[in-house]
Ligand binder design. Structure first.
Ligand SMILES: Cc1cc2nc3c(=O)[nH]c(=O)nc-3n(C[C@H](O)[C@H](O)[C@H](O)COP(=O)(O)OP(=O)(O)OC[C@H]3O[C@@H](n4cnc5c(N)ncnc54)[C@H](O)[C@@H]3O)c2cc1C
Length: 389
């Protein structure tokens, strides 16, 4: 059973991409996953994830995003699955809010295809929206959405086809690193050995990285699907033929984000708060969404989308794993160089999936990567605190 070069714990968004890349490079890889690819218990379900490049979070993400976008197209070709739709993206709010200023700065600095629109131009172009009169927006062409479940399944399929072994519905109980090379992983079904380890357990990172005491906060997030009033603004204006993805913040009232309708007129218009989650754990999270949560979200969303007055189609919970500075944890384990960490994606990791897979594969095979990952150093000062925010 031994004889693996690398074990990957958690074949979700990032672990799936790592398994695929490692297998394609001829590495003997074993991926261990508690559920099955595309499951809805972690951070990667709900049908859609925003992809965008004018990144207000930090300019240094942009080269990684360019690489990731290419990686999604490659994965589409390899898997035969349609994963990414570029319907455009709009980031709007107060003229001095980071949603607008950060997006504009990233677009200008990296020469990304974009336009700046005022509130009247936004209303004119996108009749679903009624931004505040002084709001400003960046409209970006190279933005849209990917399908997280399909992406996870595609990575797992291509990984297996390329020679990876995946053990599904098997939970890792513990892992240990031996001096020098070598790791041992104990699951509820057996014990496995390998030279190296990739740890990508998503919201279970506080459990599997207990010894490291990283300040990770697991948060319960909700996405909601509302029915618009099609008599006020026709369906076509809400659909991905005409509607962009968006992030909005005005008057300090909480950043929201969302998607065009992707499943026909009955599928609902999906949106949520970008932050403002409730602290929880992956094993104890309350997955039931209360009617009051839906109505509070609707009240906030109607500040931008006044015609979101119809029934709630559905709502679902999802988990963020958040670091104090909201940048990722990506790099060698501070105590065990044969272990690569990929966690703490802080609610914005999915759009990076293909490039994170490459980076983890680089780190675990060569100990370094050409990609810029200084911002994500597991030893950075922002992670030196205690757990929880
Ligand atoms: C509501 C919501 C909206 C989001 N929107 C966006 C967006 O629009 N754009 C964007 O870029 N990102 C978005 N994200 C963030 C993005 O989805 C995450 O950053 C990303 O999915 C994290 O990937 P991961 O591999 O760390 O976690 P996961 O995909 O959850 O994978 C972790 C895997 O590890 C497995 N695992 C854990 N413990 C064990 C164990 N002991 N044994 C075996 N397996 C184990 C789990 O079962 C799971 O499959 C959103 C997230 C949420 C919740």
């Amino acid at each position: 059973m031994d004889g693996y070069d690398v074990i990957v714990i958690g074949v979700g968004s990032m672990g799936g991409a790592a398994c695929k890349t490692l297998a394609q490079r001829g590495v003997r890889v074993l991926g261990i996953e508690a559920f099955t690819p595309g499951h809805d218990q972690g951070s990667a379900h709900g049908g859609t994830r925003i992809v965008r490049q004018s990144y207000f979070e930090d300019l240094s993400y942009v080269p990684l995003l360019r690489r990731a976008f290419a990686g999604f197209r490659t994965l589409e070709e390899e898997s035969g699955r349609a994963l990414m739709t570029l319907c455009g993206g709009i980031y709007l709010g107060d003229p001095d809010d980071i949603t607008f200023t950060g997006s504009r700065d990233a677009a200008l600095f990296h020469g990304l295809d974009h336009e700046v629109l005022d509130a009247a131009e936004v209303r004119e172009r996108f009749p679903t929206m009624a931004p505040a009169p002084d709001a400003l927006a960046v409209y970006e062409t190279n933005a849209g959405y990917v399908h997280p479940e399909e992406t996870a399944i595609a990575n797992a399929e291509v990984a297996e086809r390329s020679g990876a072994t995946l053990r599904l519905r098997e939970r890792v109980r513990s892992w240990s690193a031996t001096a020098g090379d070598g790791v041992t992983v104990v699951t509820d079904a057996g014990t496995y050995g390998a030279d190296r380890l990739v740890l990508t357990p998503g919201a279970w990172a506080p459990v599997l990285l207990d010894g490291l005491a990283l300040p990770l906060s697991v948060e319960r997030m909700v996405f909601h699907w509302f029915t618009p009033d099609f008599s006020a603004v026709p369906y076509e204006a809400w659909s991905s033929q005409r509607h962009p993805v968006y992030v909005e913040q005005t008057r300090g009232n909480g950043q929201i984000y969302g998607f065009p309708m992707t499943d026909g007129p009955d599928g609902g218009f999906k949106l949520g708060y970008f932050h403002l989650g409730t602290p929880t754990t992956a094993d104890t999270v309350d997955r039931v969404v209360a009617p009051e949560e839906n109505e509070a979200m609707r009240a906030r969303a109607r500040q931008l989308f006044p015609h979101l007055t119809g029934p709630v189609v559905q709502s679902k919970t999802c988990l963020y794993t958040v670091t104090p500075d909201e940048h990722f944890v990506l790099g060698a384990h501070p105590e065990h160089p044969q272990v690569a960490l990929g966690c703490g994606f802080s609610g914005h990791g999915f759009k990076f999936v293909p490039v994170i897979g490459e980076i983890l594969a680089d780190l675990v095979t060569t100990g370094r990567t050409e990609h810029p990952i200084e911002l994500f150093d597991p030893r950075r000062a922002a992670l030196a605190g205690v757990r929880g925010r």
